[in-house]
Design a protein around this ligand. Structure first.
Ligand SMILES: NC(=O)c1ccc[n+]([C@@H]2O[C@H](COP(=O)([O-])OP(=O)(O)OC[C@H]3O[C@@H](n4cnc5c(N)ncnc54)[C@H](O)[C@@H]3O)[C@@H](O)[C@H]2O)c1
Length: 344
């Protein structure tokens, strides 16, 4: 027990419980402390963490204990402030839920602060670790659908809720996303005050080096078949190739439709089971990354900026009526600019 990495969970909502669950199968780390101002959640959080290691605020936690590894699973808007406190106290490693900040400006600050404190972080984009995506990616790499001609990503969550998940996933399937120009449209003001402040809807196109465009639709218009109560399973990836297409969603797994051949369907799929497996595998990779056993994860440190930068560039394109060049600069006051644009 003494040699185990001591993990602190900050943010004890449903997702915090899933993060903690991943440690059931990890023998070299253990959940040591919890922190959440919501006392009911703090008390009800499963596991045998004693009351004296369940903290209602970050300052009291830090007075008692400097965590070895923090899982930051709060809403995105409070993360920068919490990370600053943690870094000043000497914390050196973070797993941060997506999107890891609520704007590109904040995301850059987090990267710079972590660099100046010699701290490391990874962003919890676990979808590529799901068995279903690993299986379809293998078939893609085996050439089953031929040369990739176009990619389409969509999600029923808002752009800020699930957009970075999908941009990250497109990058994994393309062997790295190399954006050059961004064209976006946004609409809907009802989510500007939500936990993930966001336009309600976004459509757009990411023009990439090498010529494969990535089209996107984010928001509850994406897949009308998805039950609104289960909006998160609306994440969908379609890859169009010279011989056929992969049509994959969190709700249904994948089917591969070939121009001249049978349809392959991933019948073994159950999203909840595979999401748990993905969280376990992702957590293992993150631990190995922090201990230097695993090459740097794509969504760690500075590399983690790309999905947020692409999302914000698409918003800039929508607000400025321009085709934005990538890399993009942060929008001055993103929240205010979105409000002005969407409530006119
Ligand atoms: N990767 C995924 O597949 C996935 C799935 C679901 C949610 N998420 C992300 O996980 C995050 C949390 O999701 P959730 O559904 O559990 O949200 P939630 O709002 O239910 O829970 C967040 C918790 O953080 C606590 N909190 C707020 N400020 C805090 C602070 N300063 N210090 C400590 N705790 C604080 C809140 O009291 C709350 O209990 C979000 O960013 C969400 O986007 C990711």
């Amino acid at each position: 027990m003494n040699n185990k990495i001591k993990v602190t969970i900050i943010g004890c909502g449903a997702r915090g419980i899933e993060h903690a669950g991943a440690y059931a199968s990890i023998s070299d780390a253990t959940i040591w402390a919890l922190c959440d101002p919501n006392l009911e959640r703090l008390k009800a959080f499963p596991g045998d963490i004693p009351t004296e290691r369940r903290f209602a605020d970050v300052a009291s936690l830090l007075k008692n204990h400097v965590p070895e590894l923090v899982h930051l699973i709060t809403p995105p808007t409070v993360r920068l402030a919490v990370i600053k406190q943690m870094l000043e106290a000497g914390v050196k490693a973070f797993v941060i839920e997506k999107p890891f900040a609520s704007s590109l400006a904040e995301a850059r600050q987090i990267v710079a602060l972590c660099q100046s404190h010699q701290a490391r972080f990874v962003v919890n984009h676990q979808l590529p670790c799901m068995g279903t995506f690993r299986r379809s990616k293998r078939l893609l790499e085996d050439g089953v659908i031929g040369e990739i001609e176009r990619v389409r990503i969509s999600c029923n969550g808002s752009p800020a809720e699930q957009g970075t998940h999908m941009i990250d996933l497109a990058g994994v399937f393309l062997g790295g996303l190399r954006p050059q120009r961004l064209l976006g449209q946004i609409a809907g003001a009802k989510k500007l005050q939500a936990a993930h402040p966001s336009p309600e809807w976004m459509i757009g196109r990411i023009l990439c080096e090498g010529g494969v465009p990535v089209d996107l639709v984010f928001g509850d218009i994406a897949d009308p078949r998805v039950d609104p109560a289960l909006f998160w399973v609306g994440c969908r990836l379609e890859i169009f190739g010279s011989k056929g297409m992969i049509d994959q969603s969190l709700a249904r797994g994948y089917r591969i439709i070939l121009h001249n051949g049978p349809m392959l369907v991933d019948t073994a799929y159950h999203w909840g089971t595979e999401n748990d497996q993905a969280q376990r595998d992702f957590t293992r990779e993150a631990l190995d990354n922090f201990s230097g056993k695993h090459a740097s994860l794509a969504n760690s440190g500075e590399a983690a900026l790309q999905p947020i930068a692409v999302l914000e560039g698409l918003m800039a394109s929508a607000m400025n009526n321009t085709l934005e060049n990538y890399p993009v600069e942060p929008i001055g006051d993103l929240a205010q600019s979105l409000k002005e644009r969407l409530t006119k």
